[in-house]
Design a protein around this ligand. Structure first.
Ligand code: G3H
Length: 478
């Protein structure tokens, strides 16, 4: 089949020997948009071998040269923003403008990573022995950061380009090689992004991109003895990967149920604007989306009215028209969201809008008076449906937030900074935003989840450090 996009191995674009392909379904038309190669385990072996070989000489390539190539890739990526964004629109129904933003943000991330890498990897430590009891000044310790080897990157469908480069760039600047397994929805955008790295002139085998069915190559990749580090963003699969992976560093970001706590003294217009942006941008398909509003009863009516008015202004339709709300990624995702909505309906939630769905397109829906016995109070819809739980005390809000098995981010709206800090300290989440919706960026900020939301911390600096190991050389004086 000539219309199947090739995978990338040893600096070349190849067809899989399986002769099979995987279809990328356009969420809007629900028809096959593209096809990618269904790679085999044998091809995975070849990719890992090539990555191992390439890494050896890459580790010896001067840091400034690695940075130079990354800057080049960043510039090419930005030049290619229009065709890559077009893939994002067709593959994951990302609104047209947001799709362009994702690619530009990715170029910026790669450049920043190159700059940060030359700084933090260009320094080591020098320690002397006589600070520890019983020692004379007879030992000098020199430390530096060395690469881990082969890094496996598995990004999710919602940012197939940005959450790929947030793993690729730190790995490469630190002297690792990189194997990318893109999500099927978004695979072609990712292949195009890899092409930009190809054009920048990285050595053969240093970056590879393998596509295919999770059932065929998923476990094989994540349990492969040649892989020295896994950086994964996505859903529950990450928990399974963590359990099966070998003794290697893992970076996992596995979703969230980000709570938005609204106190009585909050600026309700500001809160409403952030709830709508946080809850409904990219139709709620962000790990950092506002996923439950916990509002103090005395201001709940006013807040719900303001949010409702803003929800009414959201445009609903195809991503090509840059609508705010676009079809969710798959039919099974839409069915899951509908299941949560029906459960809430049956248990008596107040529907602020009528529930409406056409294919994968779900109209934005605010559910008021949600109670803890409803699934939507705890589960992550990853869609344009937002529950409001009314609370009678701040403690109740904190308790709801901490009762979740997730702990990614949260946010608080109040004019009282002292209260905000106390609540932030009490919330068991990796980040708390004061007076703004949760968000991962700016991309050099630390980004981490507690509990089932993940392992390790991301953000440019943390990712570079995580993809290296400390090496010491001790000079022993006579
Ligand atoms: O979906 C998870 C992403 O890491 C969220 O990133 O906050 O920039 O949308 P974002």
């Amino acid at each position: 089949d000539d219309d199947v996009f090739k995978f990338y191995l040893d600096g070349e674009w190849k067809k899989s020997s399986s002769g099979k392909s995987v279809s990328v379904i356009n969420p809007t038309t629900r028809k096959t948009q593209f096809k990618v190669q269904a790679c085999t385990q044998e091809e995975v072996n070849k990719i890992i071998e090539a990555a191992k070989t390439a890494q050896k000489s890459w580790a010896k390539t001067p840091l400034w040269r690695r940075a130079e190539l990354l800057h080049k890739a960043a510039a090419i990526l930005k030049e290619h923003r229009a065709p890559i964004a077009e893939c994002l629109v067709k593959e994951i129904a990302k609104p047209a403008k947001d799709a362009v933003t994702e690619v530009v943000r990715s170029g910026d991330l790669v450049s920043y990573c190159a700059e940060e890498g030359v700084r933090i990897l260009g320094e080591g430590k020098f320690l002397v022995s006589d600070s520890f009891p019983g020692n004379e000044r007879t030992k000098y310790c020199l430390t530096s950061k060395i690469p881990l080897g082969v890094v496996l990157a598995i990004p999710p469908f919602n940012y197939p380009v940005n959450l790929a480069v947030s793993k690729i760039a730190p790995a490469l600047i630190a002297g690792n090689s990189l194997v990318l397994k893109p999500p099927t929805q978004g695979a072609v955008a990712a292949l195009h992004m890899v092409h930009c790295f190809h054009l920048a002139g990285f050595p053969k085998g240093l970056i590879s991109c393998v596509t295919g069915k999770g059932s065929e190559i998923g476990d094989f990749l994540t349990m492969h003895p040649g892989v020295n580090c896994i950086s994964f963003t996505g859903g529950d699969t990450g928990i399974a990967i963590s359990k099966r992976a070998g003794m290697i560093p893992l970076q996992m970001e596995l979703g969230g149920k980000d709570a938005c706590i609204i106190l009585e003294d909050a600026d309700l217009d500001l809160a409403a604007a952030n709830i709508v942006k946080g809850g409904f941008s990219y139709s709620g398909q962000r790990c950092t989306a506002v996923k439950v509003v916990l509002v103090m009863e005395p201001v709940a009516d006013a807040l719900v009215e303001k949010v409702k008015a803003k929800v009414a202004k959201l445009t609903v339709g195809p991503p090509e028209d840059d609508c705010d709300i676009t079809p969710v990624v798959t039919e099974s995702s839409a069915n899951y969201i509908e299941g949560l909505v029906m459960d809430a309906k049956q248990k008596g939630a107040t529907f602020c809008q009528e529930y409406k769905r056409e294919g994968n397109l779900i109209w934005p829906l605010l559910l008021d008076n949600v109670r803890p016995d409803m699934r939507i109070a705890w589960e992550e819809p990853f869609g344009p449906v937002l529950p409001v739980v009314r609370i009678n005390s701040v403690e109740e809000g904190i308790h709801h937030c901490n009762a979740s098995n997730f702990g990614l981010q949260g946010c608080i709206f109040t004019r009282d900074i002292n209260k905000a800090i106390l609540i932030s300290d009490a919330m068991e989440t990796g980040t708390v935003q004061i007076n703004s919706a949760p968000a991962r960026g700016p991309d050099h900020f630390p980004f981490q989840g507690l509990k089932d939301s993940g392992i390790g911390s991301q953000g440019i600096t943390n990712s570079i450090n995580m993809m290296t190991k400390i090496k010491s050389t001790v000079i022993n004086l006579p």
